[in-house]
Write a protein that binds this ligand. Structure first.
Ligand code: ADP
Length: 618
C-alpha cells in the first residue's frame, strides 16, 4: 500500500473500521481505564449542560414568574458546586489518570505491531517501502493512540452536548433547529475540501519529513559522531540536505496553507460565527416579537441551546477530520502488522538431537529486485567438519550464510540438514540450533551478562558461571577496572552512569562469547576476528580449536592465515565456488586462492624472511 492509497479518500465505513480496531485494542488493554476515560468525558459535559441551559431556564423562569430569589440562589449554588466538582475531578483525571492510561495503550499497540513484525522475513528490510512504513509505524503508533483518545473524548463530550441540547430544542423550540441544519451541507462540503487538501499536503510533505528525520538521526546518533567530525564535507552535505528538506516542507506548507486557512476561516468564522448566529437571532426575535410564541427566557435559553447544537456539530466535524487522518495512519500501520512472513515451515519438524550434515545443493539466489548473487552453489558439510568460505568482498559468502540460517530462502536448489530440507524444520528451532557471529553484530544497552545470554537473566549461579566461562574462552578480560560490576556491568554509557563503552575488539569478543555460551552443534563465524589485533586473533583461534572441537564450524574470513587449517576451503568469486580443497591442495592448484594467499603472505611476511605467521582454525 503506497502513498496513493493514503491520499485516496477513505469511506466512512473504513474510517469506522479502523477506529473500531483501535477501540477494541484499547478496551482489551485497559477496560477500566477506557471506561473511566469515557465517563469523565461525558460527565463534564452533562454538568455543563445542566448548569448553562437547565439552570438558566429555571432561573429566568423563576424571575419571570416573580417567585422568591432564595430559590434562585440555592439552585445556582448547588449547580455551581456540581460543575466545580466535576471540573476538579476531570482535571484530576487529565493530570493523573490519563498519563497512566496512555503508556498501557502505547504498549498494547506497539506489541501488536512488533509481535507480528518480529517474524517477518529479513527481505522486507531490503524494500524501501517497507522500511518507510516501519519507521512510520514506530514513530506514529503512540501518536495514533493520542489522537484516538482525543477524538474519543471529543466525540463523547460533544456528542453528549449535541444530544442534550438537541433534545432540549425539540421540547422547547424545535423550529430553531432549522438554523444549524440549514448550513450543514455547506459545512460538510467545506470540511471535505479542507480534508482532502490537508491529506494532499501531508502526503507531499512525507518524503521530505522522512529525509529530515534521517538527517536528524545522523546528527544526534553516536554512530555518526566520529565520522562527521573527521569529514566536514559530509557534515556539510548532511546539513544542506536537512535544509533542502526544510525548504521543501515550507514550500508544501505554503502551497496548501492559503487554501487551508480559507476553508477553516470560511467554515468557522463566516458560517459558524456569523451566519448561524445572525440567522438564529433573527428567527428567535421573529418568534418573540412577531409570533409571540416564545417567552423572553425561552428565547435566551433557546439561543444558547441552538448555539450548543451548532457548535457541537462543527466540533464533531472537526473530530471526524482528525479521525480520518488517524484512520489513514492506522491503516498503514495495520497493513504492516498484517504482513505474513513467507519463511515459514509447514511441517514444523523438531531439530534432530545429533549433529547432522548440511547439504547445499545447486543453490541460486537473488535479493528482491536485484541481480543474481549466488549461482548454482553445492557444498556438503559433514558433522564436526571445519569449513572456510573465502573470497573477496561481495563474492556472496555472507549471503550463503544467511541462506544456511534460513534468513532467506533460495529461489533454486535446496539446503538439507540431516537429510531433511531445512524448510521442513520449525523455523525458530532451526535458527537457534546454529550459533552465529556476524561481522555487523550489535551490542545492546543491557548488562554484559545479558549481552552474552541474549536473554533475560534468570540470576542463577550456574548461569553466571557459564557466562564468565564463555567470556574467558573468548579472551574477554573481566579484570578490567572499568567493569565495576563485572558481568553485571551495564554496557553503553547512553543510559547508565556506570555504563561502559567497549572497544571494537572487546565487543567482538563479547559477541563471540554468545556462541560459546550457547552449546549449539554448529557455529557460523562471519569475519569473527576482523576487529581483533593479530595476537588476539591468534589466541582466539587457538581457543576456538578447543571449544569448537565437537562442533561443525563454518568460518568466513578474508584473512587466509585464519582459515588455512580448515578441512575444506571454498574459494568464492562473483557468487560461484571457483575452487575447493584443503590449503595445500589449493596452493598446488596455483589458482585464485594461491594468488590471494601470496598477496596476503607478502603483507604479513617479515622483511628478509619467507615465513608467514601461522594462525590455526583447528
Ligand atoms: P561477501 O560476504 O562475500 O562480502 P555478500 O554476500 O555480503 O558478500 O554480498 C554479495 C552481493 O550481494 C554483493 O554484491 C552485495 O552488494 C549484494 N547484497 C548483499 N546484501 C544485499 C541486500 N540486502 N540486498 C541487495 N543486495 C545485497
Amino acid at each position: 500500500m503506497g502513498r496513493k492509497q493514503d491520499a485516496k479518500k477513505m469511506s466512512a465505513r473504513e474510517v469506522l473500521t479502523q477506529q473500531w480496531f483501535l477501540a477494541k485494542l484499547c478496551f482489551s488493554a485497559s477496560p477500566k481505564g477506557m471506561a473511566l476515560h469515557l465517563f469523565e468525558s461525558i460527565k463534564l459535559q452533562v454538568s455543563i449542560f445542566f448548569e448553562s441551559i437547565w439552570v438558566m431556564n429555571y432561573v429566568l423562569g423563576v424571575a419571570e414568574r416573580g417567585e422568591s430569589w432564595g430559590k434562585i440562589v440555592w439552585c445556582m449554588v448547588l449547580f455551581m458546586l456540581a460543575v466545580a466538582l466535576s471540573t476538579v475531578t476531570f482535571s484530576y483525571y487529565m493530570q493523573s489518570g490519563l498519563p497512566k492510561l496512555k503508556p498501557v495503550l502505547y504498549r498494547a499497540f506497539r506489541m501488536h505491531i512488533y509481535t507480528r513484525m518480529k517474524d517477518l522475513d529479513l527481505q522486507c528490510y531490503d524494500q524501501t517501502d517497507f522500511y518507510q512504513k516501519f519507521i512510520l509505524a514506530a514513530e506514529e503508533s503512540d501518536v495514533c493512540i493520542d489522537r484516538f483518545l482525543d477524538t474519543t473524548e471529543l466525540y463523547c463530550a460533544k456528542g453528549t452536548n449535541f444530544l442534550l441540547s438537541f433534545g432540549y430544542c425539540i421540547f422547547v423550540n424545535p423550529l430553531i433547529l432549522i438554523v444549524p441544519f440549514l448550513f450543514l451541507p455547506l459545512e460538510l462540503r467545506l470540511a471535505a475540501k479542507e480534508n482532502s487538501c490537508s491529506v494532499a499536503s501531508r502526503m507531499e510533505r512525507l518524503p521530505f519529513e522522512q529525509k529530515r528525520e534521517y538527517q536528524n538521526r545522523v546528527f544526534y546518533l553516536a554512530d555518526y559522531a566520529k565520522d562527521l567530525r573527521l569529514n566536514p564535507k559530509m557534515k556539510e552535505k548532511c546539513r544542506n540536505d536537512f535544509q533542502d528538506s526544510q525548504t521543501e516542507i515550507r514550500r508544501v506548507h505554503k502551497k496548501y496553507g492559503k487554501r487551508l486557512v480559507f476553508y477553516a476561516a470560511f467554515r468557522d468564522a463566516l458560517i459558524g460565527g456569523c451566519a448561524k448566529e445572525i440567522s438564529a437571532w433573527m428567527l428567535l426575535l421573529y418568534q418573540l416579537l412577531v409570533q409571540g410564541t416564545l417567552s423572553f427566557a425561552h428565547m435566551l435559553v433557546s439561543f444558547r441551546a441552538v448555539d450548543y447544537v451548532g457548535n457541537s456539530m462543527t466540533m464533531l466535524l472537526n473530530g471526524y477530520k482528525k479521525m480520518l487522518e488517524n484512520s489513514a495512519y492506522i491503516r498503514r500501520i495495520r497493513s504492516l502488522a498484517d504482513m505474513e512472513p513467507s519463511i515459514v515451515s509447514e511441517k514444523n519438524l523438531p531439530m534432530p538431537q545429533n549433529p547432522g550434515e548440511f547439504d547445499v545443493s545447486h543453490v541460486s539466489f537473488s535479493y528482491q529486485g536485484a541481480g543474481r548473487v549466488l549461482h548454482d552453489i553445492s557444498i556438503r558439510i559433514r558433522p564436526k567438519q571445519k569449513i572456510a568460505l573465502v573470497g573477496y568482498n561481495g563474492s556472496g559468502k555472507t549471503t550463503l550464510v544467511k541462506l544456511l540460517l534460513r534468513l532467506y530462502d533460495p529461489q533454486e536448489g535446496s539446503i538439507r540438514y540431516n537429510g531433511t530440507d531445512i524448510r521442513d524444520y520449525e523455523v525458530t528451532a532451526y535458527r537457534h540450533s546454529i550459533g552465529c557471529v556476524f561481522q555487523d553484530f550489535k551490542i545492546y544497552a543491557a548488562t554484559l551478562k545479558e549481552n552474552v545470554l541474549m536473554d533475560v537473566s534468570k540470576n542463577t549461579k550456574e548461569e553466571s558461571y557459564e557466562v564468565e566461562k564463555a567470556l574467558y574462552d573468548a579472551h574477554f578480560t573481566l579484570k578490567d577496572q572499568r567493569l565495576l560490576y563485572q558481568i553485571e556491568t551495564p554496557l553503553t554509557a547512553e543510559f547508565e552512569k556506570d555504563g561502559v563503552n567497549l572497544s571494537g575488539g572487546e565487543m567482538q569478543k563479547a559477541a563471540i562469547a554468545r556462541t560459546l555460551y550457547r552449546r549449539q552443534k554448529a557455529v557460523i563465524m562471519d569475519e569473527p576476528s576482523s576487529a581483533l589485533d593479530p595476537l588476539a586473533e591468534y589466541q582466539l583461534n587457538q581457543e576456538m580449536n578447543e571449544t569448537a572441537k565437537e562442533k561443525t564450524v563454518i568460518f568466513i574470513s578474508h584473512r587466509l592465515s585464519a582459515t588455512r587449517d580448515a578441512d575444506c576451503i571454498y574459494m568464492m568469486e562473483h557468487g560461484r565456488v571457483i575452487e575447493k580443497g584443503s590449503h595445500e591442495e589449493l596452493m598446488e592448484l596455483s589458482g585464485k586462492y594461491a594468488a590471494m594467499w601470496e598477496v596476503q603472505a607478502g603483507l604479513y611476511r617479515q622483511p628478509g624472511s619467507n615465513e608467514v605467521p601461522e594462525l590455526h582454525l583447528k
